[in-house]
Write a protein of this length. Sequence first.
Lengths: 298, 325
Amino acid sequence: MLKFITAILTSLATGSIYALMSTALVLVWRSTRVINFAQAGQAVLTTYIGYEAIVRSGSYWVGLIVAIIAGALIGAVIDRFFMRPIFKRVTTGPIVMIAPVVATLGLLGIIQAVIGFKWGLSYQTIAAPVSTDGYRILGSVIAFSPFNLMVLVSVTITMILLTILFQKTNIGLALRASAYSPEIAKLSGIKVDGVRTLGWALAGAAGGLAGMLFVPSSYLYPNSMDVLLVFGFIAAVIGGLDSLFGAVAGAMILGFAINFATAYISSKLVFPMAFIILILVLLIKPGGIFSSQKGRKD
Amino acid sequence: MRLLFFILLGVALFLASNRVGELRQYQGSFVAMYSLAIASIILLTGYSGQLSLGHSALMAVGAYTGALSINSAHLNPVLALVLATLVAGLFGLILGFAVARLSGPYLAGTTLALAVSLPTLANQLPILGGEQGVVFDVGAPPARFGEGFSQYKWFFWITSLAALIMIWMIANLLSSRYGRTFRSIRDNQTAASLAGLNAGRLKVVAFAVSAGVAGLAGGLLVMLISGVSPSAFPLSLSFSLLTGAVVTGVYSLKGVMLGGLVLVAIPEVADSITTRIGGSEGFTATLPGFLVSALLIAAVMFAPNGPGQIFRKSNKQDNHTEGNK
């Protein structure tokens, strides 16, 4: 019973971190129709910036805020000064199909190398702001700590804020309209390019938050977010790539599947489990479990 | 005609191998191996329009197959390399059924997941030797070549011959009916389907063939480094191959050797830069990755359809301007 409760709680905590990454991927996908593989690099770079802020100020919370703002700025800059020129330049030949993906991969490599130049390859740690010792239930310690609870709460708040932004504000309406139909949005006076940059900025902020919430229970090194990128992608595919709700739900499904498989079967099952889920979803319902559209849009 | 070209190239390489030092022979073997791996990417991406980031994993499949068949089954190394090709191809066939119908970002992401997860799986199976991996010993060169025949020259001969034969076969395949049908599904899948082509099946075929070629390249790679372990096939290998393919021009096999040369040259260039200007440990370790990525971005920005594009800029009416959005 205790094992069961622990598995549920850890699933929620890891699932919520996956949710931030999958949300970041979906935000970019909706605005640009690109899977942003550089997201792993952006997130880890902003986490390094947050780390630097923590070292200078001595406070985790300063680092968290700095990382979120830096994430948004980096996302916006990448879209405005990197992705947009590439879309403008590469317009002919079959390379058009793969150029955006290849460009984000190149960017990922550049960012990770730059981190290596600046901070080296050694492992850094960020101390959690609250205790990482597990709670005690009925006299035994479980693998769920106040920090995990903090992760869960902050991701929930973020998701509520994002939902309000998308559903209740004019900016959210513009974001949805540009994602749904760029041409019509443009005709109704929405600056689609600017809205797109905003989507990248939001995604960058989500990635920065993900990094700052993930690293205290792990390590900080140039590749520390690569695995999260893969899990975020799988979660986004489960959710159908297009829907924010789907991204969160997909992340939770993935979190539960991985944690229950490791708790009850074998701890070696993390990657096989994730990969099997991905293949199953792609084979059975390639549009994603929560997609509202019929068929997949490429 | 093509056969003649490959034979001449082979003779030229043979003559060259007698004239250069051991380091160049060793580097030459890597050029051949990378050229082969890049050819597998070009076959897949350039001709059938599928983008794979999982070729490092497919190479690992071939590498482990080769190493195990030499170590456990005591097969002849040549047979082991053939087996590596076949098993990787079979693996690609099975995987192809699941993923080859996917397009663009889905395929890229799924193969990325494969590249990340397969090496961790290799760590957990005892037969694959965990982090230490398995030794891959191709054996000393036959005695009849004489005393002065070095191991590196032997490596060079094997990799060059394997690469020449395989790339020749790919070139033939691509100029055959299959190559045309691959291009037609890449350029316009709807039209190709209307013309009676089974696009799904063709994509699976392309994926399986490409996986087989990658498997052979993987087998050759671990022969050169004389052992296979999960860390020999990082995700960055997939990225390097993609860079090589884009630099070569994804839509033509003609320049694969250029891509191979670039991939071998990059660590050398990085090395000479760091010895000249110095720099921290992090700088030295990440400079090659930086150069690869910078080259990839530069290639996409300035010569997205291959280096030839720079020279024929005025000639706007390219073969592939229409029909792919």
